[in-house]
Design a protein. Sequence first.
Lengths: 149, 157
Amino acid sequence: MRIALVASAGGHLALLLRLRPWFQDHERFWVVLDGPDARHHLAAEDAVFRPGPTNRRPLRALTELPTALRLLAERRPDVLVTNGAGLAVPYVLAARLRSIPAIFWEVPDRVGPASWTGRLVAPLCDEVVWSVPEQRAAYPRGRWLGPVL
Amino acid sequence: MIYVSVGTHTDPFDRLVEAAGRLAQREEVVVQRGTSRVVPGTALVHDVLPPPEHEALVRRSRVLVCHAGPSTLAAAWTLGRVPVVVPRDPARGEHVDAHQLHYAATLAERAVVVLDVRELADAVDRAAERRIPPLGDGAAFAHAFGRLVDQVVARRR
């Protein structure tokens, strides 16, 4: 299986890396927001570093879409997995347009209202995974897979 | 030594960095301040540290003081330590929304949560006295996630 892993740098990426016991046995590539921590953590991985979108530049979610469509066409992953943040928007949209299944995992620190990323991408994803059961309120069709942290 | 980290979020967190400076009047304090603008002269201040140095400081510190970011918190929990959490407040320009305040409200069992930084020194002492069972590597969650992925891919075939 070939996996596309999509995350912002910082906490999102650090959490997605906790899926290593699963993804280490599969072919994979990463699309991440650029940052020193991302460069460090993914030094030994096949990774594409992107400049946005961020919560400072949310419109990059649209301008990133052509890159997302091209990358997914070239790499042809069997599945796309993301836990946000804003970078998830163009890549989940591109996955949808390319008929690639996508899974959104909401991060454990979103226990109040759904994030704007989650509101946009959850309806486009095949599955939504909660980090804590309290996220049921924000994502009724999500799943609980046990404790994350 | 107390290690104070504001995480990787791009908004400044001057309120915590200033409070770290006051802590440094009584013991050694190292700060990762991110984009915060204040430089408390009493603490050793870094902007952003490479991940290995950040992790080494978490290990070497007596107490970790940090924003309400789960990845930073996990570094303390992995060691069985109780961190002090100061959630970022959007009303003060410390984050884009209130999610750290919501998240911090769920952490009482394994963190000392501080909303008023004047209480930071007392919170550090209370956190230092507590221990929790060390957090595991999350392999059970990762493998459950993998099984869900297998189902999703199989459904599409």
